[in-house]
Design a protein around this ligand. Sequence first.
Ligand SMILES: C[S@@+](CC[C@H](N)C(=O)[O-])C[C@H]1O[C@@H](n2cnc3c(N)ncnc32)[C@H](O)[C@@H]1O
Length: 296
Amino acid sequence: MSWLSVTIATDAQHADALSDALFDLGALSTSIEDAHAGTDSEQPIFGEPGEPSDTVWEASHVIALFDEGTDVASLVAQAVAQCGIAPPAFQTVTVEEQDWVRATQAQFDPIRISDRLWITPTWHQPPNPDAINLQLDPGLAFGTGSHPTTRLCLQWLDRHLAHGETVLDYGCGSGILAIAAKKLGAGDCLGVDIDPQAIVASNQNAEQNQVVAQFCLPDAMPKQTYDIVVANILTNPLRMLAPLLAGSCRAGGRIALSGILENQAQEIIDIYSAWFDLDEPVFDDGWTCVSGTKTH
Ligand SMILES: C[S@@+](CC[C@H](N)C(=O)[O-])C[C@H]1O[C@@H](n2cnc3c(N)ncnc32)[C@H](O)[C@@H]1O
């Protein structure tokens, strides 16, 4: 079995309407991509997690998938006429059937966090069977270890966990940090997230890794302090959550914050230095980890 994938060059003003028109005319799927993706002219557009951005690239490609045998040229002509735009340039390629599961899995390799900590998808043999191996597959919640912010937090946990510390993982996503903390020897670990799907994923991942950790929505969070607080969210929530996160860390306890772009690090340092003696920030690929020890 095969399909026809058509890529149409358009602009920000018409991309959404063209995508909708193609879908109404029978496309199996449509998507909009940056026409300059992967080049120096790529236009970065970011949304908050769980809130897709409604901004479209100035130079866009609308990509539509049709059944084999479809008269694609005629459908594109109808779609552009409906949108009132001049006939654009487009390319059609045949997409052959393949083993999609295998193709997707091939994109995810084991990730080395440190000498003793690896994140390994379930379909891979651990490269170092003697290491601490977290088994995590890509799922609906953020956190497979491939993002620099997750790596920064994992490396920080690896360096700072001694034994038996209580850990709060605020913005737990897949639960990766809480689960790693348990595997690295922490005591009680709690993961908190505003996304109910993250709680489901975290519980499944904890079970998969045979660790006991608790996960809950923010409203169900017990009022207590922790030896270690780790929060990989984004600068905006980290700013708003500062009193809660600082208040959740015991005096003398430690905090690690990420999800912070390099140029936002100073703002987070200024806010959290009200409670913490902060370390030098650590950077990875444009992202920052800010950490420190609670002074009072
Ligand atoms: C970047 S992901 C981090 C996931 C994981 N901890 C990691 O390090 O890979 C951020 C997570 O924070 C959650 N989040 C965002 N704002 C939040 C808030 N105000 N309270 C709790 N969780 C929040 C999101 O739902 C998302 O799962």
